[in-house]
Design a protein around this ligand. Structure first.
Ligand code: NAD
Length: 254
């Protein structure tokens, strides 16, 4: 059975991704800084008859990530086949009004978290891939990283970094036959968006989002999970270094 490691799998998009991969037949390690939410998702997946493991993991700490990846492979008894770098957060504020301490936190989780997890997991995925010819890294970036986003300058910079890292790693890991792709959700209906709405600027940013989106709604977690599921399929074997938006046409990058 293939094993997937999903960061931030305790909530929102990550929770939906974990459920979808479990339904697709993966054993799923749910790695989240909030262990209790990861445990709830693991329990739901187990009740559906699939294999899941909850792990406490802070993606901004390489030591924490290494420990979680080692525990996942030991407890799920297999190699690692798929890494979904999904953990992230945002606190919207006009850049010139931000406290520089926030920049460090945004970059540590949204960008460095992806580097840490890739550094720890890619060698194990490559090892499995040598036998199976199958390995995937799927990064959840953001349309903010493709087109910029008012009130999200540092978050957008971090996500732009994830997009560039995706393309570079697709080149480096091609020799191991690991594909590396990025998904850019537009505004999605998740607890993160609910928190963004709780600030005056966030509420203003979100108010007209559905209206200005050609398909007239926010993304649902399942919309993003569906594309993760596609990238994880065997039939996506020849697709790498791609950046795909799931935003109802809100952003139309060239
Ligand atoms: P969410 O807040 O609902 O879930 C994020 C999860 O990540 C939570 O379970 C949280 O505990 C976990 N997490 C946060 N920091 C962590 C850390 N240091 N280590 C491990 N886990 C950590 O958010 P979401 O909306 O589901 O966002 C998921 C991803 O999608 C993020 O990378 C986010 O930037 C991206 N995204 C979201 C939207 C949106 O509108 N919701 C849009 C574009 C991109």
């Amino acid at each position: 059975m293939r094993i997937a490691f999903v960061t931030g799998g305790g909530s929102g998009l990550g929770k939906s991704i974990a459920h979808r991969l479990a339904a697709d037949g993966f054993s799923v390690a749910i790695a989240d800084i909030d262990q209790s939410s990861a445990e709830l998702v693991a329990k739901e997946i187990q009740e559906d008859g699939a294999r899941a493991l909850a792990l406490r993991c802070d993606v901004s700490s390489l030591d924490s990530v290494k420990e979680a990846v080692a525990t996942a492979t030991e407890r799920l008894k297999g190699g690692l086949d798929v890494l979904v770098n999904n953990a992230g957060f945002d606190e919207p504020e006009f850049f010139l009004q931000t406290d520089p301490e926030l920049w460090d936190r945004l970059i540590a989780v949204n960008l460095k978290g992806v580097l840490n997890c890739t550094f720890a997991a890619a060698p194990l995925i490559a090892e499995s891939c040598r036998e199976s010819g199958y390995g995937r890294i799927i990064n959840i970036a953001s349309d903010a990283g493709r087109v910029g986003s008012l009130g999200e300058a540092v978050y957008a910079a971090a996500k732009g970094g994830v997009i560039a890292f995706t393309k570079a790693m697709a080149r480096e890991l091609a020799r191991d036959k690991i594909t590396v792709n990025a998904i850019c959700p537009g505004p999605a209906d998740t607890p993160m968006t609910d928190r963004i709405r709780s600030s005056a600027l966030g509420d203003k940013l979100m108010a007209r989002m559905a209206d200005v989106t050609p398909l007239k709604r926010l993304a649902l977690p399942e919309d993003v999970a569906g594309l993760v599921s596609y990238f994880a399929r065997d039939e996506a074997n020849f697709i790498t270094a791609q950046v795909v938006s799931v935003s109802g046409g809100l952003t139309i990058p060239g």
